[in-house]
Design a protein around this ligand. Structure first.
Ligand code: IYR
Length: 227
């Protein structure tokens, strides 16, 4: 039984972690890194259905992320309906067409060449689920008064990272898609004024034959400075 107590009038609950030996920690952390390193962004999806329970679980996993003042300032919209997916694809492709043809710089387009992206977004109709992550800029209480959320982008970014890890752990793949501008999603999904679209994440199985760019990840020396 976990012990509980009051601290300054607020409820606290005992927190314990299993104790690993240094050897165990080394092998666990290495195994976790090697497993995460097998996650890839995939752009070719299968239309094979995925049980809703899996999506429910990955959303709950994502929602364990730390957040400013524990406000959990996120809403996940899960789109399954073929009709809604079609509308999202049409609206996203319209914006992306503009982006690829006039809004993005030459340098940006060149940087994207190895990834093979363009304005066509068929995955928005093929993937069995589209998860649209919304950030909640503020809350409205019962009286309609604005209540603050804190570090909203940081919080929703953390939740999105855990979401991608949970998707990977379930044996599925995802694409972090950022159609720009994204406000068409608020309109199509009829979201309230306090919510802003953050990421559009198709989720499903990879297509039968899937190739991904042969990317290399930065070395420890490139990403870390020890003082
Ligand atoms: N949002 C566009 C373009 C795009 C931009 C970056 I930075 C990427 O890493 C990938 C794509 C699109 O989704 O195609």
């Amino acid at each position: 039984m976990k012990r509980s107590k009051q601290i300054q009038g607020h409820p606290y609950i005992e927190y314990t972690k299993p104790h690993y030996s240094e050897e165990e920690m080394k092998s666990r952390s290495q195994a976790f890194y090697e497993w995460l390193d097998t996650r890839r962004t995939v752009r070719d999806f299968s239309d094979k259905p995925v049980p809703k329970e899996v999506i429910d679980n990955i959303l709950l996993a994502s929602s364990t992320a730390p957040s400013g003042a524990h406000k959990q300032p996120w809403t996940f919209c899960v789109v399954q309906s073929a009709e809604m997916k079609k509308q999202i694809r049409e609206a996203a492709e319209k914006e992306e067409y503009e982006s690829y043809h006039s809004r993005m710089s030459e340098e940006w387009l060149k940087d994207l060449q190895p990834l093979g992206t363009d304005w066509h977004k068929p995955f928005l109709e093929i993937a069995p689920y589209l998860i649209i992550v919304f950030k909640r800029a503020y809350e409205l209480d019962e009286k309609g008064e604005k209540k603050n959320n804190y570090y909203v982008s940081e919080s929703v970014g953390l939740a999105s990272g855990l979401l991608l890890a949970a998707i990977h752990q379930a044996g599925l793949v995802a694409l972090t898609h950022t159609p720009s501008p994204m406000n068409f999603l608020s309109k199509l999904l009829n979201r309230p004024e306090n919510e802003r679209p953050f990421l559009l994440i198709p989720v499903g199985y990879p297509a039968e034959e899937t190739f991904v760019p042969d990317l290399k990840r930065k070395s420890l020396e490139e990403i870390a400075v020890y003082y």
